[in-house]
Write a protein that binds this ligand. Structure first.
Ligand SMILES: Cc1ncc(COP(=O)(O)O)c(C=O)c1O
Length: 424
């Protein structure tokens, strides 16, 4: 079956809107990357990119560690049989109960974003009579160039600023209950430029050397935030991953040649590049309108289901993503404004996009939707049904639909008295 065939079959079977993940294609991306890196790095998969437990299960054997950014992500990973020791927990604004629970669960490494995180973790570990492995997240003083998103070189809520790290690292290194085993840097993402990615890795290596020197330790673990991007826009060329490996591998080898780093385990932390391209949001055309010179096609998915594709996840200017007509790919071309079903003017998927003509019930595929798709979208807005999620195995489909809405196993922050349930 061709790619178009299985996506159409999926919509006929499960209806739309629908997320489809081609799991073999995802696994092949892991294999390609692992191969190109030649064993230098283990993959740390960022659960936030796509936390679907069916998908997590299907990539378990390719991933060394899973990086969670909320306790609920830790729990989701563990629910698929991933041991706590294979999970790292990063992210700003961790709640006290999240840190305490993570320590209690025996999380592999806690990624400390601040001294405050460290104090809570140390207290919890001492109470349990444990020693918790921790990494300190360092926020570089310089910003990576040619990155779609950057979190460094400016005021930021993420990590410990490089300029301030010395006293913080020394204090954490001396805290009973914690074992500072290494460092973590994730300073930006969505770069399509191998040279910029390599430059960024050189910045990481220099900071890791500086940090290790400050605490006088040989790190056991270093996490490199990959920053690998995707060609979201029609004019973007995919990241040349071979070129990235050619440029990055020597930087890693050079770091490893230093006896301080010879024994360190290295992790490449990433999400979107691995799972984004082999996922599509499929949506049907439910209405059409010709208005004042513009042909509209109104679809059953909009920003409620794919916020980023509609230009609302950090983009300053909304630009058309890659969208295709999978029902009639050979139809003569026409130009449309594609919208979602929401009762607001900002629910636009594509403006003046030229593509094979779309009729009612035809299905469009929004590309690069395997990462930051449903999980990053405000699906409650206007109460349309949530899309189902299915995995295409190459032979058939696995329905992996689940609700993310009620996933709290810890109390909400700030409760000082018992909850009162009133009869309505
Ligand atoms: C700490 C951390 N690690 C990993 C990632 C994954 O990034 P990407 O999906 O762009 O590879 C993110 C994304 O924001 C992050 O904040």
């Amino acid at each position: 079956m061709s790619a178009t065939d299985f996506r159409l079959t999926a919509v006929r079977t499960f209806g739309s809107p629908l997320y489809v993940y081609d799991i073999e294609a995802i696994r092949k991306r892991f294999d390609l990357l692992i191969d190109l890196l030649g064993g230098r790095f283990g993959i740390s998969y960022a659960v936030k990119a796509n936390p679907n437990t069916g998908l997590l299960k299907a990539i378990r054997d390719k991933v060394v560690t899973f990086d969670a950014s909320a306790l609920a992500e830790v729990e989701r990973a563990m629910a698929t049989g991933i041991g706590a020791e294979r999970i790292t927990f990063s992210g700003p604004g961790k709640r006290r109960v999240e840190i305490e629970r993570a320590v209690e669960l025996g999380i592999g490494e806690l990624v400390l974003e601040s001294l405050a995180d460290a104090r809570i973790a140390a207290e919890a570990a001492r109470r349990l009579g444990r020693v918790q492995h921790v990494l300190v997240r360092i926020n570089p003083a310089s910003a990576p160039r040619a990155f779609g998103v950057n979190m460094s070189g400016k005021p930021s809520q993420f990590g410990v600023d490089e300029e301030d790290m010395e006293p913080v690292l020394k204090e954490i290194a001396a805290m009973p209950g914690l074992d500072l085993i290494g460092f973590h840097i994730y300073s930006g993402t969505n770069s399509l430029n191998p040279e910029a990615i390599a430059d960024n890795f050189s910045i990481f290596a220099a900071i890791f050397r500086k940090a290790a020197g400050m605490v006088g330790r040989k790190p056991k673990k270093l996490i490199f935030g990959s920053g690998f991007g995707l060609p979201y826009l029609p004019e973007d060329a995919p990241l040349d991953i071979e070129e990235v490996a050619r440029r990055v591998n020597p930087i890693v080898d050079d770091l490893r040649a230093d006896p301080t780093f010879a024994g360190a385990e290295l992790a490449l932390e990433m999400g979107r590049w691995l799972v984004g391209p082999a996922g599509w949001l499929l949506s049907s055309v439910v209405a059409e309108k010709h208005s004042r010179g513009t042909d509209f096609r109104i679809c059953d998915a909009g920003f409620n289901n794919q916020l980023a594709a509609c230009g609302m996840m950090g983009s300053v200017i909304r630009r058309n993503w890659r969208v295709s007509n999978i029902s009639a790919p050979d139809a003569p071309e026409a130009t449309y404004t594609l919208t979602g079903p929401l009762c607001t003017t900002i629910d636009v998927i594509a403006t003046r996009i030229t593509m094979p003509a779309l009729a009612i019930d035809d299905v469009i595929a929004i590309e690069n939707s395997g990462a930051y798709g449903l999980t990053a979208s405000p699906s409650r807005f206007i109460s349309h049904p949530e899309p189902r999620e299915v995995i295409w195995t190459g032979n058939g489909f696995q329905d992996v639909t689940e609700s993310l809405l009620n996933h709290w196993s810890i109390p909400a922050h700030g409760i000082t008295q018992g909850l009162v349930q009133e009869e309505l």
